[in-house]
Write a protein that binds this ligand. Structure first.
Ligand code: GLA
Length: 733
């Protein structure tokens, strides 16, 4: 590298990394190399290189292991046309292609000018590197449609892309697709896509499939992130495993209609384009106006799916989540009392919960309006006087006196037609003029895109939190958009609804948090229907799934863990028989739920003294290891999809503590559980083992080396059905 070539070097502070994480302490850099006209973004083990090609357009050059030799980098050249059918736009790994000039693949920008002209060809104008961000300005070849691209790279090599389109012309343009960017992958014919699909109570189901020519669309058209699909991907080549192989991965930070297009072109180029879902979208921009995309994050590792997840987890913990506080052990009343909440009933539950060691008591649905079932009351956020004749204060005081936080369930975006709010403002619900309004769970959705609805909801929630000593809100949303109309604005603006709705949701939460800095929020949408890096910027935790059956949970939690960190994953122990009419032992339920942020949802009035005592001991044990579980590095040792045994290991940031969970679903033919080889330890260190159940672990000696533990492994003595245990490893000096 010639010194004069470096226009700017951005040195970002690397956080204290665990000595055991496979990411070396290399600073993040964004460098511009003027003579080949390239930008080189690098950090940890990753380099991302793109530049300006012979057509003055942005072209991707490289994404993979970190490069050290600038002389290897030469100016990019567009691909060759293919016969008379494919233009260079079809054979070039373009960095931000707009629709125009002969592009038949997915593009990042599609628009229509008022005069009907749609062609856009973006060319490089200028760039700047400031405060850790690279900003690139592009302009249409002919007129003044402009695009600004912003790039960042985290100390662990997670890249961020986002885009904004500006109308600097003199006529209105209508944006029909705005993508945050496209990730071009190195040419290879063996890519495999991993992501999650699902439905209510069955979200986070991992799916893997080979990438073939054509498009695979992952998306939500539901107005919310959705249970159906989630905005993240992993792409591996050469059949990567949990611990080996090349994996490129990414996640989009948007909680409204989103889309990821995984595409293999006829010329073999694999790319992932992500941003707003263009379905039913039209965003008019008057002269001088702009539209910004959400952020699209991506990373790369040579160490398999496990390391890809750990990199995403670390990034989310360090750079996305609003605070670093450990998750308290929570009690939630929903499965115990459903809508039948009363001051006395909740106080009784709180008294027992406190004795168990619970730190936050959350009253769920049913406390407000005429909410005795799901047919009425949503929208009327005033305390039900029959259930709480003295208001919420006596209950909240009781909970505080017991030494716990108080939390409350709300579902602000929704309204039952049988409510005071709907009777006063029927026009506030999403609808299209003269068309039926589809109810789901007897409720409609408010049109949060409307400024008056946004202000109203902020005022209601602000008052609720100001007038009551509330530390936590569980923010629910129990349906998706139907008939997403906005009759009050001109027809040309009605399709702005999807984006504006999510923007206003974010604004309300951001304002609430600014005004009440100690307030914590859980994102829930009938379980895991609104989980993504956009909502996680402003919420502290998420409700993973309404399905709390421990065996199903192992699969749900595994799928969740591919993209999102343990720290945000709420996991409750509940009564049995559960969702699938399955009955699992209390220990199995605890050892499953303790692999996330632990909650209790049992009807405590009905638990035996023995079970209460057991729960108390398990909660105390959880607290002794939760920092490792919630903020440590996760190693998925045995997948619940692969057999009848699940095992996960958590290693603390400083490497001093590790926790291993082993759960046998069902034993067959008397076979023992094979030795479990651990991961993430220091082979030269010695660890003292503290088994939760000494009889369930074969331990030749209580102190073992990292080498033995990782190469020979631990033998669990688990038998029968739903047998489970855990062991804590303490590193000796
Ligand atoms: C949703 C949530 C549940 C509970 C109910 C209350 O289904 O996911 O946890 O809060 O709503 O109606």
């Amino acid at each position: 590298m010639r010194h004069s070539d470096i226009v700017a070097i951005v040195m970002l502070k690397a956080p204290a990394l665990a000595p055991l994480l496979l990411v070396p302490l290399l600073h993040a850099e964004i460098r511009y190399l003027p003579s080949p006209k390239l930008w080189h973004l690098s950090a940890a083990n990753v380099s991302y290189v793109f530049g300006v090609n012979n057509e003055n357009q942005l072209q991707q050059v490289y994404w993979g292991p970190r490069l050290w030799r600038d002389a290897d980098l030469t100016p990019p050249h567009t691909g060759l046309p293919w016969a008379s059918f494919d233009t260079p736009g079809m054979t070039t790994p373009e960095e931000y292609p707009a629709w125009g000039g002969g592009r038949h693949l997915e593009t990042c920008l599609k628009l229509t000018r008022a005069d009907g002209v749609r062609d856009v060809i973006l060319q490089y104008v200028t760039h700047s590197i400031q405060n850790g961000a690279l900003t690139i300005h592009l302009k249409d070849k002919i007129d003044n449609i402009r695009v600004t691209l912003t790039y960042r790279i985290s100390p662990t090599g997670i890249l961020e892309k986002k885009a904004a389109v500006h109308n600097s012309t003199t006529q209105t343009i209508t944006v029909e697709s705005l993508q945050s960017g496209v990730w071009n992958l190195p040419l290879d014919s063996s890519y495999r896509l991993t992501t999650t699909f699902g439905r209510w109570a069955g979200e986070w189901q991992l799916e893997q499939e080979d990438v073939r020519p054509g498009q695979k669309i992952l998306e939500s058209r539901r107005g919310l992130t959705s249970h159906q699909a989630n905005p993240w991907f992993m792409l591996d080549t050469g059949r990567a495993s949990e611990s080996h192989g090349r994996v490129w991965f990414g996640a989009l930070a948007w909680s409204g209609n989103w889309r990821l297009t995984v595409e293999q072109s006829t010329h073999g180029q694999v790319r992932v384009t992500g941003g707003y879902n263009p379905f039913d979208l039209a965003w008019p921009l008057k002269p001088g106006e702009s539209l910004e995309s959400p952020s699209f994050y991506a990373g790369f590792t040579t160490h398999g799916f496990g390391e890809a997840s750990r990199l995403l987890h670390r990034f989310t913990r360090d750079e996305i989540l609003p605070n670093k506080r450990l998750r308290p052990v929570l009690y939630n009343s929903w499965e115990a009392t459903t809508f039948h909440v009363t001051e006395e009933g909740q106080k009784a539950l709180a008294t027992i919960a406190a004795k168990l060691g619970v730190e936050r008591f959350v009253m769920d649905d049913g406390w407000f309006g005429a909410r005795n079932n799901d047919r009425a009351g949503l929208g009327d956020w005033t305390v039900n006087p029959k259930k709480f004749p003295r208001g919420l204060k006596p209950l909240i005081d009781h909970v505080h006196q017991l030494g716990m936080d108080f939390g409350l369930w709300v579902e602000p975006e929704m309204v039952n037609p049988d409510s005071g709010l709907y009777r006063a403002h029927p026009d506030w619900a999403l609808h299209q003029a003269g068309r039926p309004r589809s109810e789901q769970r007897n409720q409609l959705m408010l049109n949060l895109a409307r400024g008056d609805v946004k202000e109203y909801l902020f005022t209601v929630l602000d008052r609720l939190v100001t007038e009551n000593d509330i530390q936590f809100l569980k923010w629910d949303a129990n349906r998706n958009m139907t008939e997403p109309g906005w009759p009050e604005v001109p027809p040309a603006d009605q399709k702005k609804l999807y984006i504006q709705y999510t923007r206003n949701l974010y604004e309300i939460i951001d304002r609430l948090r600014r005004k009440h800095p100690n307030l914590e929020i859980e994102s829930c949408s009938g379980g895991g229907g609104r989980v993504d890096l956009g909502i996680l910027r402003r919420t502290d935790q998420v409700w993973t799934s309404d399905n709390t059956d421990a065996l199903d949970r192992l699969r749900i939690q595994e799928g969740f863990s591919y993209a999102y960190p343990t720290r945000v994953m709420m996991a409750w122990v509940t009564d049995v028989p559960n969702f699938n009419h399955r009955t699992t032992p209390l220990a199995f339920r605890f050892l499953t739920a303790m692999q996330g942020a632990l909650g209790i949802g049992n009807n405590l009035n009905k638990m035996s003294a023995e079970d209460l005592d057991f729960s108390k001991r398990m909660i105390a044990w959880y607290k002794s290891v939760r920092a490792t579980i919630q903020t440590g590095n996760l190693y998925r040792l045995a997948s619940p999809r692969a057999g009848d045994f699940t095992a996960n290991q958590y290693v603390s940031e400083d490497g001093k503590q590790s926790v291993v969970f082993g759960l046998l679903h069902a034993q067959h033919f008397g076979y023992p559980v094979p030795p479990l080889r651990l991961a993430g330890l220091d082979e030269k260190a010695v660890y003292r083992l503290h088994p939760l159940h000494p009889d369930k672990l074969e331990l030749p000696t209580p102190e073992l080396s990292g080498a033995w533990l990782m190469d020979h492994g631990l033998s669990f003595r688990l038998t029968g059905d739903y047998d489970a245990t855990a062991v804590v490893l303490e590193r000796l000096e």
